[in-house]
Design a protein around this ligand. Sequence first.
Ligand code: PLP
Length: 391
Amino acid sequence: MKAREEAVFSKRTAWPADENPLSRKLAALKKAGHPVLDLTESNPTRCGFGYLRQDWLSPLASSENLLYDPSPRGALAAREAVSRYYARRGASVDPSQIVLTASTSEAYHFLFRLLADPDARILVAKPGYPLLEYLGALNDVSVTPFSLKPDGWSLDLAALKRAASVKARALMLVNPNNPTGHFISPGDREKIVRFCRERSLALLADEVFFDYAWNPDLRGVSFAAGSETLTFTMSGVSKILGLPQMKIGWIAVSGPEKEKREALRRLEIIADAYLSVNTPAQHALPFWLENAEAVSGEILRRVQNNFEAFMKLPEAGRFIKERPQGGWYAAADLPDSRSDEDWALHLLGAEHVLVHPGYLFDLEGPPQAVISLLPEPEIFLEGARRILRRL
Ligand SMILES: Cc1ncc(COP(=O)(O)O)c(C=O)c1O
């Protein structure tokens, strides 16, 4: 069978067929009918938010959606709405700088195809978002990690330079990062922009959590505002509007005029090959983005309240030492009597609470668990109490 598989399928899809021990244990518990408190839940539509009762769907029923009038960069009215979204955040981004995509994940795909030949390297800050490695591999791009400093997740320029000794095409950042919630500071941003310009690296900034600043003073301006080096800033309604199923996102291209124009010309051809953004979502985008702050406000209150409630539990301060700057997650230190995977297995087996082991996000050092702060407060607090009593 192995020889046949090798003859039929690509090497890039030779993923291991067996589930990891945590997924196996979860499946066994569910099969046995045990309810599990899921503190990895990252799907906001499953977390009982009030915004889901608002009317987001009526613009989808418009009869203009029956007309197919594709435009490779996306409908102008939708791109104008994205431009206004950035203007409200202090960044001037012309609609002509925007290319719509079906999701941020698709934006990564387009950008990897735009920038990298097979086996090219992309520098990626770690810890970080685990899907990137898959998205890279699916596009024949290798991800070369560079570690951020663990005390405060600031840039370690020496680590970046070491990683960049291999010829890379681009540098990738998530701002604020998933799962650490850290925003790139103005000082680090300057260094990164200079580094990219000097080494002719494209700068890719994933800002899906940009609206989730716990302390707005630390947020700064979006990377979409930058004009010093070729920059691709990605976002979409998945997080901004808490509606991942609507499948609309974008890339904002900024930088020196000539490179920006060439990047847009090429991206337009990639987008034209797929035309993947559905018409109803494009037409609805202006209405959705005008109303997005109510959603992000509600989600932000939930994640912050869950965090504060966690920190009020006895002993919580021993495991979480820092308040996140942004995002939907928190990382907790665990006693080093077990590995993070063993802790996750133990918490699931003994307490029926699911957490992410930190290694999934390349969190190094003492064992850590990453928890989602999205769940409904009762579920979250019960899960948090059970975790703490086991630690
Ligand atoms: C950092 C980051 N980028 C991108 C995505 C994916 O976004 P989309 O649903 O728009 O593909 C996620 C989803 O969790 C994410 O955490």
